[in-house]
Design a binder for this molecule. Structure first.
Ligand code: 4AD
Ligand code: MG
Length: 463
């Protein structure tokens, strides 16, 4: 018999017929009347399916009453309308086959609530909890919606390299990739001789796929990459990972305002999809994780994002009368406390801050005519702060070269990137959305370590 997934059974597909379901026991309760009630979950949806097992079944004494949370079983039985409250259908078991028992003394996620901190230490098992099942389904939906959104708009999906020789953000926070023997590093005078390394030169894990995706946009008009990125910054915050996923679209013949339009449309598309297609999971988040999440997302969807310049933002912050830890002088980068003040208190909706000071932004951003700012944008949302960073790109070769040199970087590794400005240069723009920050924003989860399957952070790379 073909397996029925619980999501289908709960919709009543197969009602009054025999079906086969498989999954993991969430709870078992034995009644005096000679029955056991098993709550079964197979991951196909948030809810469990109730199984009623008659004590008359052959293996009742030997097996069924030894089924504790975490055990894996297959049940053949009739799907019927439920007698009791709390569920619409249930299965009257004709047969229970046990795949694997689960020792309740050792199984951590069986009974009481376990803290998220503790669950991180057992990340291989935490997916069996309500919260992580829901996070996983929402994350999956956001990935699918991302592809749908860009595919519907004619963007090509590009797999940009993970190993790279160039530093996209120019911040030098890269993990080195090497096969050199650490105990016998080859040197020329005092410098490491990277010509003997695997790639014949210094190489790293990428911090962004942007430079590569720009090549494809400057030839195919619209492209996007969605891949892992790596940053060796020592930030132990609830919004930073050392390995995270980023979605980076790039458009040719586009400026900063087109970029902001795309970002706003994309975020709203993602929220709409999740509200329509993950309602059960979202209701769980609203009940258990953040009681305002549904309201916030609906509000964001109905709002027009505020667009203002960095200079205007600094002005608002300086005049706000609010005490901040970091000063709000023109020229300083916005800190999370500033970002959250603007989006949560001042405007109470997402905002897009544009035209940041040149000196605090990466070399590739287009210089504005004022000689002080660049055509950058950050999208800020409540509770998270920066969720998207993007810009129009510098398309003038001379200006690009002078920025690379000003930042103390070598021109040489960027020869191919500079070529784009030599051969039919076009205005172009794009952005990067941090996928885990997005999942945090949509689910209301507090810590970024709890929205990625196996988090990598300073001093932590288990699993
Ligand atoms: O602002 P960032 O550094 O921009 C770029 O990397 C550009 N190359 C993107 C582009 O224009 N194509 O990073 C983009 C986003 C941030 O807004 C944030 O959401 C996320 O990536 N991000 C992180 N997420 C988790 N952990 C970290 N350490 C992150 N650093 C950035
Ligand atoms: Mg940024």
């Amino acid at each position: 018999m073909k397996r029925t997934y619980i999501v289908e059974a709960l919709k009543g597909n197969g009602i009054d017929r025999e079906i086969l379901v498989k999954g993991w026991v969430r709870t078992r309760r034995d009644s005096k009347g000679g029955f056991s009630f098993i709550e079964l979950n197979d991951g196909s949806c948030f809810n469990n399916l109730q199984i009623i097992v008659d004590a008359e079944l052959d293996n009742y004494q030997n097996e069924v009453i030894k089924l504790f949370p975490g055990s894996s079983i297959a049940v053949t039985g009739i799907l019927v309308k439920s007698q009791g409250g709390g569920q619409s259908v249930e299965v009257k078991a004709n047969k229970v086959k046990v795949y694997g028992f689960c020792n309740p003394d050792e199984y951590t996620v069986g009974k009481q609530r376990v803290s998220f901190e503790r669950l991180r230490e057992i990340a291989h098992i935490r997916v069996r909890t309500n919260t992580f099942g829901a996070v996983t389904r929402v994350r999956n939906k956001l990935a699918k919606a991302t592809h749908d959104f860009f595919q519907e708009r004619g963007f090509y999906y590009i797999n940009t390299p993970i190993i790279t020789a160039s530093d996209c953000e120019g911040a030098g926070e890269m993990f080195r990739v090497t096969t050199l023997d650490h105990s016998a590093i080859p040197k020329i005078e005092d410098n490491v001789d990277y010509s003997q390394d695997f790639f014949g030169k210094e190489s790293f894990l990428t911090v962004s796929g942007q430079l590569s995706v720009e090549c494809f946009a400057c030839g195919l008009s619209n492209a996007y990459t969605f891949g892992p990125t790596f940053r060796a910054e020592n930030s132990n915050t609830s919004r930073h990972l050392s390995e995270f996923w980023m979605i980076e679209p790039e458009m040719a013949f586009a400026d900063l305002s087109d970029d902001a339009d795309l970002a706003e449309e994309y975020l709203k598309y993602l929220i709409t999809t999740v509200l329509e297609e993950c309602l059960e999971d979202m209701e769980f988040f609203n009940k258990r994780i953040d009681k305002t999440i549904l309201q916030t997302l609906t509000h964001v969807n109905e709002s027009e994002f505020v667009r203002l310049s960095y200079t205007e933002a600094i002005d608002i912050l300086s005049k706000s009368g609010q005490k901040f830890e970091y000063e709000t002088n023109w020229g300083n980068d916005l800190q999370t406390e500033h970002e959250r003040f603007l989006t949560e208190k001042e405007f109470k909706k997402p905002i897009i801050v544009t035209d940041y000071p040149r000196d605090i932004k990466a070399f590739y951003m287009k210089q504005n005519d004022d000689d002080k700012t660049v055509a950058a944008m950050d999208v800020l949302v409540p509770k998270i702060g920066e969720i998207i960073g993007g810009s129009q790109r510098e398309d003038d070769l001379h200006k690009l070269d002078s920025r690379i040199k000003e930042q103390g970087m070598d021109l040489a590794p960027y020869w191919w990137y500079r070529d784009l400005r030599k051969f039919g240069s076009v205005p172009h723009a794009g952005f990067g959305l941090g996928f885990e920050r997005l999942v945090q924003f949509v689910t209301g989860m507090d810590n970024i370590r709890d929205v990625i399957p196996f988090p990598r952070t300073p001093k932590s790379a288990e699993f």
